[in-house]
Ligand binder design. Structure first.
Ligand code: ASP
Length: 609
């Protein structure tokens, strides 16, 4: 007889439970009023116990939900006594009859019913957990991370992992339908200092030599294109030794994709399709319109960010022509003056505006000050720099913003245009937060395209690849490679949702000569380029097809769909901000025998705490 884990046997045996092999016939989340009268077996964790008169109520929880158990002293005093002794998180098995509850709990999917228990087995005891296993837990971040296996019992955290699972299924389904093939690439690879810092792994068999963990499978996926696998993907762990933030972990998961015989348009279309598929299948949102596209240049000009959040407007307006040279020293000396218009915020008080000034002056943001102007009911403009500007100029400013009565204009200036735009971006986001304009259930998708090929690295006094060294320049900018590399645009694109970069990629260079030139522009000597990427350049000599691709950050996608503030909450066992797993206490020293085997000696240069 086929054995069905949850309810098959129950059905097949006409409700008589052949119990010796079965811990449970149903789950704690699927009991309904229609099940009234059924004898069921459940297994799970004790969430809570309450004694009320002669009755004891126990909430039992498993992965699927929670159910109420009832022990009636009048039915079985000894059993009720055992129930009274149950502690939180004990693992129990019960048998009993489903009956309708007199006191229904509308908040619970099983809230119409309860189980009148006739048998109770304690499968395992539990120490009192260090925090309550409830959505509204009393446990702080640190303790929950230390006992992450308990934290994962909480419905809210579990749901994030379920969402993650569903998303990866949908992604695989979509890509499979589009003829992609999932291929694993190695985890122990070669260190290449370009990009972020590598995590390295010593090799025992090759003393003094190290593998690196991949920052992405970039070169391998390109090699797979040379091999003829024209549509590759992989849901893959990647590793970057960077300082951590809410949206960064040292190990994270990419949906890594590559295609041959495609141009940028093909890639944008296919992956916009994937995004739409995810929105539809997971969030039940049908996105019919094409995603807007914005050049990197415009993104910086109007939003001071390469990942603008366009759920709300507040575009930057540049005010150099209008406000410079009128005797206000701060503006007169500025390389950039620009502002945003915040609709219906003229009611901001002096105190609130002072707080905003403090906000922009914080060292992380670094602005020198904030100028503001309120548009009054009669249309006149009242600014914090009135003594330098006449009403005509201020009216000109109002028009530049298309501002109306009741609006508030906020202006920043600085001697470095790019830095000031970044500061204005922070202010724009802060205002949107304060005004509740960043609704987590509203989604605004965007492609940012035409990134510069290079960015200048001031510390090293050289160009570095903005995306990576394999990204191709735009055909029409090719001549600039020799004359003005900083002005060359790349065939590179990022997908942005709600100001989060969920993915990015490029059309690659597939010509070994151009790739060589690129390395040269990046300051590689021929030997170094050969040593680090010789394998790729060699491969390109054997018929490399035109190709390109992209990688999505799975953790960011999931946290966006789950409405989380940090990607940590959609990762089963994340690291903390210091890159530590506090549960397993890693990283940690290794013992002398291991070091010996690796032929290594630890001699820390700096004293560590
Ligand atoms: N490998 C790139 C990254 O990790 C993405 C890509 O170009 O496909 O950012």
């Amino acid at each position: 007889m086929p054995f069905c884990y949850f309810c098959g046997l129950e059905r097949l045996n006409n409700n008589k439970i052949t119990s010796y092999i079965m811990y449970r016939t149903r789950t704690c989340g699927d009991l309904r009023l229609a099940d009234e009268g059924l004898i069921v077996k459940l297994a799970g964790w004790v969430q809570k116990t309450r004694k009320m008169g002669g009755m004891t109520f126990v909430d039992i929880r498993d992965r699927y939900g929670m159910a109420q158990l009832v022990f009636d002293q009048e039915n079985d005093a000894a059993l009720c006594e055992s129930a009274n002794k149950l502690g939180r998180e004990y693992v129990i098995q019960v048998k009993g009859e489903i009956r309708e509850r007199s006191n229904k709990n509308k908040k619970l999917s099983t809230g119409d019913v309860e189980i009148l228990v006739t048998e109770l087995v304690v499968l395992n005891k539990s120490e009192t957990p260090p925090f309550t296993i409830e959505d509204d837990t009393d446990g702080g971040d640190d303790i929950r991370m230390k006992y992450r296996y308990l934290d994962l019992r909480r419905t809210s955290v579990r749901k994030n992992l379920e969402l993650r699972h569903k998303m990866t299924l949908e992604i695989r389904h979509y890509l499979d339908q589009q003829n992609f093939i999932e291929i694993e690439t190695p985890v122990l690879i070669k260190s290449t200092p370009e990009g972020a810092r590598d995590f390295v792994v010593p090799s025992r068999m090759n003393p003094g030599q190290f593998y690196a963990l991949p920052q992405s499978p970039q070169t391998f996926k390109q090699l797979l294109m040379v091999s003829g696998f024209d549509r590759y993907f992989q849901i893959v762990k990647c590793f970057r030794d960077e300082d951590l933030r809410a949206d960064r972990q040292p190990e994270f998961t990419q949906i890594d994709c590559e295609m041959s015989f495609v141009d940028q348009e093909d890639i944008l279309t296919l992956f916009e399709g994937m995004a739409k598929h995810l929105f539809k299948s997971i969030r039940k949102v049908e996105l019919l319109d094409e995603f807007p596209r914005m050049t990197w240049q415009d993104a910086m000009k109007y939003y001071g960010s390469d990942k603008p959040d366009i759920r709300f407007d507040m575009k930057f307006v540049e005010l150099m022509d209008l406000l410079k040279g009128k005797g206000f020293k701060v503006f007169d000396e500025a390389a950039y003056i620009g502002g945003i218009c915040v609709k219906e915020a003229a009611s901001y008080t002096r105190k609130q505006l002072d707080k905003l000034t403090d906000f922009v002056k914080r060292p992380q943001i670094g602005a020198k000050g904030l100028v503001y102007a309120r548009i009054k009911e009669d249309g006149s403009v009242k600014s914090s720099v009135d003594k330098f500007y006449d009403q005509d100029t201020l009216q000109g400013m109002k028009e530049a913003f298309n501002a109306e009565a009741g609006d508030l204009i906020l202006i920043l200036s600085g001697d470095n245009a790019m830095k000031t735009r970044h500061q204005l971006n922070e202010l724009r986001l802060e205002m949107a937060d304060q005004l509740g304009l960043r609704d987590k259930n509203k989604f605004a998708c965007l492609w940012v395209v035409d990134f510069p090929l290079f960015e200048w690295n001031e510390d090293e006094n050289r160009y570095q690849a903005m995306h990576h060294p394999f990204t191709s320049p735009k055909q029409e900018d090719m001549a600039l490679l020799d004359t003005d590399p900083g002005a060359v645009r790349a065939n590179a694109y990022d997908m942005i949702i709600n100001g989060v970069e969920v993915g990015g990629g490029s059309i690659r260079i597939h010509d070994s000569e151009l790739q060589n030139k690129m390395f040269k522009l990046l300051g590689f000597t021929e030997e170094r380029a050969q040593e680090q990427f010789g394998f790729l350049m060699n491969a390109f000599k054997y018929g490399a097809p035109p190709h390109g691709g992209l990688a999505y950050g799975l953790d960011r996608w999931v946290s966006l769909f789950a409405g989380l503030d940090s990607i940590r909450d959609c990762i089963a066992f994340p690291k903390n901000n210091a890159g530590r797993d506090v549960m397993i206490d890693a990283p940690s020293p290794i013992d002398d025998i291991q070091l010996d085997e690796l032929n290594l000696k630890v001699d820390l240069k700096k004293e560590t705490l």
